[in-house]
Design a binder for this molecule. Structure first.
Ligand SMILES: *Cc1c(COP(=O)(O)O)cnc(C)c1O
Length: 460
């Protein structure tokens, strides 16, 4: 038995893997073996038997500067020798203060509240928004509006503003569902319509909705520029400008979820900056620590903060997690932000994105590919096909090519670490194209079924 086989068996016996039908990993259920990873360096993941795979999706979008980055590692080791953890209620420490100062300087939003993952950031923003209106003497304003295909995490509160049926259906009785307005997804363009016109059309529906329901509405929550989990749906920044203006006009909070798109992924430090706007709440996680530690932050305006500042305890935001503001995680985040300055990452990413776009020429011009799209270092290609398990098959063929790519439904996408170099980009592009050929070779010759949308996100 190989080391890989051994870890696989032990994992199946002991671990419940996320977003997964476990039977598909079992020998009797299918042919999607778990991949045991022993170490990682830069863009590479190394399995227990020594084979390596290029991490084309940055380990679920968390990694920015490559795995095991020496600068982040050194900061973590240094922090471990000083202070591992202290509760943040009643105590404070240098890493959390410095990180909060930096995030405020980068966003114009002061007073950072911390959680441990993206879903908890969503929960915090929703609770804060509703509590703000209660403190403001308008407790009726407690409903939320989300965008079709939106994804904000999978805890019960976050799931209620997440519009992905596969994740939501089983838990429907538990959820107080948000209203859903149409997505500005540019792929929805009618003949003769451009991306801005689609954005305007979607904004008009929101306008009508808010005109009628703003008295009951606390906040609108949206992912700026790219709705990642629903299949890298991209939209025109015009939508964000309209969103901001409507929220201001109707006295409703704007919560922007940059958990996936923040920290340089779309070409600017934060995606909403491309629209020249500022939200009332900003949710951050994933890349915040460069992909090393679980940490999330919710930033808000001074007006929100002021509404909780009072002599009365109950008007405060009485929410906490045990690891809120963990020093190690904050220190990793500080080191990550230092790397943006040291490497001039935003500018460097522009050149990397242009180089990769050229390297992906084979996919971009493939006859079966539709809706080729890119936003910063996010690349996506739709492949309508007749395979019910396209995403799983593609992921398997990609691994055989030494690349980690996990399509969402029929959308292949790449979201590599920023440090990917030219040769690595070539390996990724060649592997992605070869995996597509191999997957399409599996397609039945005379398909009986109509094109199916396939699975959502990249659960197996
Ligand atoms: C991943 C993600 C979340 C949830 O973050 P978790 O850390 O997985 O809970 C929320 N919103 C967006 C946009 C995400 O991509």
């Amino acid at each position: 038995m190989t080391l890989n086989d051994d870890w696989r068996q032990r994992s199946l016996a002991a671990v419940w893997h996320p977003c997964t039908q476990m039977r598909l990993h079992a020998p009797e259920g299918g042919a999607q073996p778990l991949l045991p990873i022993a170490r990682a360096e830069g863009v590479w993941l190394h399995d227990a038997d020594g084979a390596r795979y290029l991490d084309g999706i940055s380990s679920w979008w968390v990694n920015l500067f490559g795995h095991n980055h020496p600068h982040i590692r050194a900061a973590l080791v240094d922090q471990l020798q000083r202070l591992d953890h202290v509760m943040l209620a009643g105590f404070t420490h240098a890493p959390v203060v410095e990180l909060s100062e930096k995030l405020a300087a980068l966003t114009g939003l002061g007073h950072a509240f911390y959680g441990s993952d993206g879903a908890s950031a969503t929960e915090i923003a929703l609770k804060m928004s509703a509590h703000f209106w209660r403190n403001a003497g308008r407790p009726r304003k407690s409903r939320f509006v989300g965008v079709a295909g939106g994804y904000h995490g999978e805890t019960v509160g976050a799931l209620a503003v997440t519009d992905i049926a596969l994740f939501r259906e089983a838990y429907a009785p538990l959820l107080r569902l948000a209203a859903t307005v149409p997505s500005p997804d540019a792929r929805g363009a009618a003949p003769g319509e451009d991306a801005q016109a689609v954005a305007e059309r979607a904004a008009q529906v929101l306008e009508d909705w808010l005109a009628e329901h703003h008295e009951d509405t606390a906040a609108v929550i949206a992912e700026p520029l790219v709705q990642c989990a629903s299949g890298m749906a991209m939209h025109h920044p015009h939508y964000l400008q309209r969103l901001r203006a409507l929220c201001t006009r109707f006295d409703v909070h704007l919560v922007l979820d940059e958990i996936a798109v923040g920290f340089g992924r779309t070409g600017t430090m934060f995606a909403h900056q491309q629209a020249g706007i500022r939200p009332d709440f900003l949710c951050l996680s994933k890349g915040l620590t460069g992909g090393t530690m679980a940490l999330s932050a919710v930033l808000c305006t001074d007006a929100v903060y002021a509404a909780f500042y009072d002599d009365e305890v109950a008007r405060g935001f009485l929410h906490s997690h045990s690891y809120t503001g963990n020093p190690l995680a904050c220190r990793a985040a500080l080191a990550t932000l230092e790397l943006f300055e040291q490497t001039n990452a935003i500018n460097a990413n522009r050149a990397t994105a242009a180089r990769l776009a050229a390297q992906f020429e084979g996919l971009n011009t493939h006859p079966r590919v539709q809706h080729v799209r890119q936003c910063g270092l996010i690349f996506a290609w739709d492949v309508p096909n007749h395979l019910p398990d396209f995403a799983r098959r593609y992921a398997r063929h990609a691994l055989a090519q030494g690349v980690v790519l996990r399509p969402i439904g029929h959308t292949i996408y790449a979201m590599p670490p920023y440090v990917i170099d030219e040769a690595e980009g070539e390996h990724l592009a060649r592997g992605a194209l070869a995996a597509l050929q191999a997957t399409l070779n599996d397609e039945p010759a005379a398909p009986a079924a109509a094109l199916s949308r396939g699975e959502i996100r990249d659960g197996v």
